[in-house]
Write a protein that binds this ligand. Structure first.
Ligand SMILES: Nc1ncnc2c1ncn2[C@@H]1O[C@H](COP(=O)(O)OP(=O)(O)OP(=O)(O)O)[C@@H](O)[C@H]1O
Length: 716
């Protein structure tokens, strides 16, 4: 039977692809080969997807193939650039993980790009939260696997505890191609992915939650400027002691103080509809940089329980941490890393420092003609809100679609109410109704549309202009306040003016906004002009300055966390290497038969190898879990050493290294003990589960101890 034109191109491309597969035999792919690859990929995309890649998309692909982070503006077609690069790596014989930010995008992109991969003879699969182990295994066996960072991380953690070599499902890491690279590599880098086991419900203390509700800010407790800490005043401490009838600062009974602190944190620093929402009887955290519900995320155990108590919800499960890995640790396992995002330049320093990555700026296909107006600055929040509503009403009267980006769920709901009162009909998109996202966004560019959204609308969504909207000036984006990172501002602006569309953007700011009062509390804002707008140059300076301070604080936190986790990641690699040898080889048998030849001989020959393997694996896993707990405690308490003028990080390293060395001896000791026991106890947790820990927003135990010491001195 004659081939259809489609089959012909598939065949031709496959033949070419076979030749390209041989590329990896060459020491370095030559430019000629890359050019040929680009030509084939463009043709394949055109014929299979109906999308003929623009030159700039190919430039993006080349940057990715060169191991860079490609900065490409929104709507420039990163999905296709990424797929071409993934195919390029796959044709060199490498496994590629395309790391998406959520299940929806992983599946959508893998399916959308499917025919393109097929034409090049590259196999593709995807995984999501609901994938079964079998589906996962199959997806990982493909040349290119799409998946959200958390799912890949959880699979790595689960593999980490396998006791049968055949059960391992994630292949050795080769290439990571990361979508929204700044968000994954920088904003989420500190998030630990955790695997926990066994059962013990968290302890929530409803009485504490009720007690802190009665306390008054400024009298009983204070919050520091950056809203990262809350502490009792001497008066507050007295009142609490009276109410509880206990001595709070009793060194021997720290439990009450810890519970009280957690309850106070949950009460004073974590706000419903800002930091989390309550849905289906559960506390659901909101991802601060995405504005979405962060499914699977929770705070460290005590804090999670305190928030649940605050909301009068049943406590969620609590368990022993069997292993954990940070997003940064997970990504750094890949020998080759590349990524793409609309905003990379602003974090190029971090990308270089933490991953050795360089940024390549890809020009837009058509010049951006969006008009970005300077911020409109007002003295107070009510002034700002009034002006915002006024502006929306005026522009809405012309029919031009408006997208308003708010900083949190509560703000989006308040603004929507204000607009409704003026007879407008805004559509709200936030973490509470994320299921309707696609439908809401699809209409956001139509005439008369008013969409109020949290940062959710900032990424990964394509807003097309409706009929006649270009003549009205295109989409008008308004920010109701500047974010703590200029990247988030830029992403919001980027929703307008895609692919040379007309569009506009402006931010409304007040000198009372949290960004300013938290990060530059001592600066006095300039006065407003008679019409109520702050035009003095210092106003704009202050806003920019506050944002830079906020970015600096976050970078410092990232650096500090990495200083502590780097050693841990290194130790994990070493222990995993050892574990792998045990799992895949006969090192356990060798060690135990040498240690106790008599016992070895007494064991049935056909099962003793496996027995030895299970004994040593069990000892390694137990000791590692205990080591992790030790390091967590060490890190929490290490800052007390600073009082003794030792550098906390040096001290941490010294102890962690010593402990690791003793861990190796301990594994051997326990293995031998089990080996010699008549009935070795090789129990493993009956239930395991995975979750992400949202960084403890309130610093370390050290801060709390300092506050405690200060409070106690003040009282004395
Ligand atoms: N070469 C092309 N020719 C025509 N349309 C294209 C081309 N490449 C991509 N597109 C279209 O452009 C739109 C945006 O693509 P995509 O979602 O990949 O953009 P993006 O860069 O990821 O944007 P965002 O930052 O919003 O995620 C899609 O509708 C896609 O079909």
């Amino acid at each position: 039977m004659p081939l259809t034109p489609y089959e012909k191109i598939v065949k031709a491309a496959e033949g070419r692809a076979d030749r390209l597969r041989k590329l990896d035999e060459l020491p370095e792919p030559k430019m000629d080969d890359l050019a040929e690859f680009c030509a084939i990929a463009r043709e394949a995309a055109d014929r299979t997807l109906g999308l003929r890649p623009y030159d700039v998309q190919l430039l993006g692909t080349l940057a990715l193939l060169d191991g860079k982070v490609a900065e490409m503006a929104t709507g420039e077609g990163k999905t296709l650039s990424g797929a071409m690069a993934a195919a390029g790596y796959a044709l060199q014989g490498k496994h590629v993980h395309v790391i998406s930010v959520n299940d929806y995008l992983a599946r959508r992109d893998a399916e959308w790009m499917g025919p393109f991969y097929e034409a090049l003879g590259v196999t593709v699969g995807w995984i999501g939260q609901n994938s079964t182990p079998e589906e996962r295994r199959e997806a990982y066996a493909r040349d290119v696997t799409y998946g959200p960072v958390s799912e890949i991380g959880f699979d790595v953690l689960r593999d980490r505890l396998r006791t049968e070599a055949a059960e391992i499902i994630v292949p050795a890491p080769e290439v990571a191609l990361i979508d929204e690279a700044d968000s994954v590599l920088v904003d989420e880098a500190r998030v630990p992915l955790v695997m926990a086991g066994s059962t013990d419900p968290g302890s929530a203390v409803p009485e504490m939650a009720a007690l802190v509700r009665q306390l008054v800010r400024g009298y009983h407790y204070e919050i520091d400027e950056q809203a990262r800490n809350v502490y009792l005043t001497p008066k507050g401490a007295d009142s609490v002691e009276n109410l509880l009838g206990v001595e709070l600062y009793d060194e021997h009974e720290p439990g009450t103080l810890i519970e009280l602190n957690l309850a106070l944190h949950a009460h004073a620093l974590l706000a419903r509809d800002v930091d989390y929402i309550v849905r289906d009887g559960k506390v659901q955290l909101i991802n601060p940089s995405r504005g979405r519900v962060a499914l699977l995320q929770r705070w460290p155990d005590g804090l999670q329980a305190a928030v649940e108590a605050k909301e009068a919800l049943p406590p969620s499960e609590k368990g022993e941490i069997l292993d954990s890995i940070t997003v940064q640790g997970l990504i750094r396992r890949y020998p080759e890393i590349c990524g793409m995002t609309g905003t990379a330049v602003a974090v190029s320093e971090q990308l270089g420092e933490f991953y050795g990555l360089k940024v390549a700026v890809i020009p837009p296909n058509r010049p951006c003609v969006r008009e970005d107006e300077p911020d409109r600055i007002y003295p107070t929040v009510p002034d700002k809100d009034a002006a915002l509503v006024e502006e929306i009403q005026e522009v809405h009267a012309t029919g031009r679609p408006i997208l308003i980006g708010t900083l949190d769920v509560a703000e989006s709901e308040n603004l929507a109410k204000l607009l409704q009162r003026r007879g407008m009909e805004p559509v709200v998109l936030n973490a509470k109704n994320d299921a309707e996202e696609a439908a809401i966004i699809a209409r956001a560019g139509e005439r008369d549309a008013i969409t109020v959204s949290t940062q959710m609308a900032g990424r990964g969504t394509d807003i097309r202009l409706g009929d006649g909207v270009a003549e009205l000036g295109g989409l008008y984006v308004i920010g109701s306040g500047r974010h703590a990172s200029s990247r988030l501002d830029d992403q919001l602006r980027g929703r307008a003016g895609r692919q040379g569309d007309p569009g506009g953007s402006v931010f409304f700011v007040s000198t009372q906004d949290d960004l300013i009062t938290q990060f530059v509390p001592d600066e006095r804002p300039p006065a407003a002009d008679p019409d109520g707008i702050v035009r003095h140059r210092r106003g704009a300076y202050l806003v920019g300055h506050a944002q830079r301070v906020a970015e600096g604080v976050n970078l410092e936190i990232h650096r500090n966390t990495w200083r502590y986790t780097r050693l841990l990641e290194h130790q994990r690699e070493l222990i995993l290497e050892w574990r792998d040898k045990v799992l895949h080889g006969d090192s356990a048998a060798k060690a135990l038969s040498t240690a106790d030849p008599e016992r070895w001989e007494a064991l049935p020959e056909d099962t003793r190898d496996e027995t030895a393997r299970q004994i040593v694996l069990h000892a390694i896993d137990r000791c590692w879990t205990e080591h992790l707990a030790f390091l967590t405690d060490l890190r929490e308490g290490i800052h007390l050493r600073a009082l003794g003028r030792m550098s906390p990080i040096d001290e941490f390293h010294r102890e962690a290294v010593a402990e690791y060395k003793s861990l190796l001896a301990e594994v051997e000791r326990r293995s031998l003990e089990s080996f010699e026991a008549p009935e070795p106890d090789l129990k493993r947790p009956t239930a395991t589960w995975t979750y992400l820990v949202q960084d403890n927003p309130f610093g370390t135990e050290w801060d709390r101890i300092l506050k405690r010491v200060t409070a106690a001195t003040r009282r004395g």
